[in-house]
Design a binder for this molecule. Structure first.
Ligand SMILES: Cc1cc2nc3c(=O)[nH]c(=O)nc-3n(C[C@H](O)[C@H](O)[C@H](O)COP(=O)(O)O)c2cc1C
Length: 628
């Protein structure tokens, strides 16, 4: 079947609705990379096997990420006439028990995380399906979230175009091609206030206008899916969970600027994302939603996937373009900007994965709808991968303007194991570390930049009292030093020098002059580097110097690591009042530095101990103490 007209699309939509809301049970398992890493494939198989054994008739679906990654594997059960419930931390054994209960006509409360209200005819409207099980929106993790970019993530089968269309997919493209001129589309995006979600926050409509006004043909569309920040997996998840939203956005972008070819540049380390986006491109092409004369509009557009080799700098737009052209992935000075002279020297729009997924939501719902979400100047939503020393981890989407506190304490539920949160790092290796005293700040592009960090693409790493901020700065510097392409001297040499100084400090060999030199080099690298990598690489150093100077001073002046992390600056000892003589520490110590007899006290020999903290991590009584 080809989709030639709007009514063809409507038929596909009805077909999709019957799959999304079937008369028989539908069980979805979150099977993005995060779910698979937690064992979702075995759960999926167990559900199917047990249902086969019991003759239980149901629809089993592999969806993308359901968001609450920490609770995975997650299983979403929709039972007509009974209700819809999300089950957490499933195992194959629990999955089999679940099927037995469902086959007996029961929605069990065991391992139920939340019930999900749904306004369809065959699901009870009263969503208090199971007593004692909260509604999903009552869970702190979900309560403040507003899903636009992740609107379909975890709800649809990413390989089913019918399910995408059933959730208003392709309504935007249809509206754009059949009712709007290219300039209308650009105006709609401009009015919406959408800013690029790749990190810089440049107004998307303005960029499209510059490109539209530029001379030169052909023109190109690029989706930047080179996400490489440590701890960040937002873009991978969107590709794995809702690839059609990106394809639809790019097709609309192509129509707006007059491009017939698009590229998705995705890092090779994302095999599942590559598989799913390729599948979606093939399917959309089969149905005529990519290719010639889309929806009989005379507009033609095709998309190709280009795999990046995993260099962080290739996420920078000019380096990315060079890489697609087959050259070295090195940035070049701008201007000219890609909107005027991009791929093969032609006008090119490059936007982030999340920007494209936002475009496909905006054109159908309208600029006014989008700009009413978020704050003035910072419209819409932003996706964070909330990770680190925080109680609730996962992928969260919030309106811009929520405070850091709302996210870390509200959604994240504060520190891990009740520990005090000390700082948050936003923006990946280009970002900065902000102290807890600034958690009242709203999350928007300007506030984070003023405070010395950046919004970035969506990495949010939470740190607690056991995190050494000097060590954190060194960790990120190690990353940027290794990823510097080496083209400009300040980035190549500067990151190297900063890393050397930080290493001296964490090894207890630093001097007060080192701190001053570090600051001086950081400012020099920031001011003189060619591209964003070098210009932002000093941010972790400058922000930790700004807010955690006392930790640097302690390392240098007192040869002490207040967080108890830097191995050269700590001593380990066993508290005789807490030691129960189990001997686990002695057994596990790789240096054989612990002596003692079972049921008696154990001792650490400081001459042999390398401060690896194995004993500290495994002692069941918390008897091993770090002298900071
Ligand atoms: C070192 C470096 C790495 C970058 N990596 C990415 C990336 O992985 N994804 C991305 O969308 N933008 C990345 N950017 C930003 C891009 O250069 C570009 O601004 C962005 O793709 C534009 O899309 P947007 O307007 O939708 O944000 C990076 C920039 C730098 C300097």
């Amino acid at each position: 079947m080809e989709i030639r007209t709007h009514s063809d699309l409507e038929k596909l939509r009805y077909n999709g609705l019957s799959i999304l809301y079937p008369q028989r049970p539908r069980i979805s398992v979150g099977m993005a990379t995060c779910g698979l890493a937690a064992g979702a494939a075995a759960v999926f198989d167990a559900l199917r096997e047990e249902a086969d054994i019991l003759g239980f008739d149901f629809m089993l679906v592999a969806t993308g990420c359901i968001g609450y990654c920490q609770q995975e594997p997650l299983v979403d059960v929709r039972m007509p006439d009974l209700g819809r419930v999300l089950y957490a931390r499933m195992t194959p054994e629990r999955a089999r028990k679940l099927i037995s209960a469902l086959a007996a006509g029961e929605l069990p409360a065991e391992h139920a995380l939340a019930s999900i209200p749904e306004e369809t005819s065959n699901i009870p409207k009263n969503s208090e399906v199971l007593s004692g099980v909260p509604l999903i929106n009552e869970l702190p993790f979900y309560a403040r979230q507003h899903k636009i970019i992740l609107r379909n993530s975890g709800l649809i089968d990413p390989c089913s175009i019918q399910e995408y269309v059933a959730r208003s997919g392709y309504q935007s493209l249809s509206r754009a091609l059949l009712n709007l001129s290219p300039q209308d589309v650009i105006d709609e995006i401009t009015r919406s206030g959408l800013r690029g979600r790749g990190g810089g926050g440049f107004p998307t409509g303005k960029k499209w206008q510059v490109c539209s006004d530029a001379t030169g043909n052909p023109r190109y569309i690029i989706c930047n899916a080179d996400e490489g920040d440590p701890g960040a997996y937002m873009d991978r998840t969107v590709l794995e969970s809702d690839p059609y939203s990106i394809i639809e956005g790019m097709t609309i972008g192509g129509y707006a600027i007059g491009a017939s070819n698009g590229y998705v540049y995705v890092r090779n380390e994302y095999p599942l994302a590559i598989e799913r986006i390729n599948h979606a491109i093939d399917r959309a092409s089969e149905l005529g939603l990519l290719g010639e004369d889309i929806l009989e509009s005379d507009f033609s557009f095709s998309i190709e996937v280009v795999r990046g080799a995993g260099a962080f700098v290739c996420g920078e737009e000019t380096a990315l373009i060079a890489s697609i052209e087959g050259g070295l992935g090195e940035p070049r000075p701008r201007p000219p900007y890609p909107a005027i002279s991009g791929l093969w020297g032609k006008p090119t729009i490059i936007n982030n994965v999340k920007t494209w997924a936002s475009v496909s939501a905006i054109v159908v719902n309208g600029a006014g709808w989008y700009s009413s979400i978020g704050t003035e100047g910072n419209a819409g939503t932003v996706v964070f991968s909330l990770v680190g020393k925080v109680a609730n981890t996962g992928l969260v989407e919030v309106p811009l303007g929520l405070t850091l506190k709302d996210i870390i304490e509200g959604i994240g539920n504060g520190g891990l194991d009740g520990k005090r949160v000390k700082a948050v790092q936003t923006g990946g290796p280009s970002g900065g570390c902000l102290p807890a005293s600034l958690f009242h700040l709203p999350v928007d592009y300007e506030s984070l930049t003023e405070a010395g960090s950046i919004m970035g693409s969506g990495g949010m790493v939470v740190m607690d009292e056991d995190t050494c901020m000097v060590d954190v700065a060194r960790y990120f510097l190690n990353f940027t030093m290794a990823e510097s392409c080496g083209k400009c001297t300040s980035c190549r040499e500067g990151t190297h020098y900063m890393y050397e100084i930080l290493s001296r400090i964490v090894e207890g060999k630093g001097t007060p002059d080192d701190i001053n030199l570090l600051e001086e080099i950081a400012k020099w690298v920031k001011g003189t580097s060619l591209c964003g990598l070098g210009q932002t690489a000093p941010n972790p150093v400058l922000s930790t110097l700004r807010y955690f100077r006392d930790e640097y001073d302690a390392h240098v002046g007192e040869k002490r690591c207040p967080a108890g992390v830097c191995r050269a600056l700590i001593q380990l000892t066993i508290d005789p009042d807490l030691c129960n003589g189990c001997g686990l520490c002695k057994r596990e110590c790789p240096m054989e530095a612990i002596s003692g007899e079972k049921k008696k006290l154990y001792f650490i020999d400081p001459e042999l101990c390398t401060h690896c903290r194995t004993c500290y991590d495994i002692c069941p009584e918390g008897a091993v103490k770090i002298l900071r």
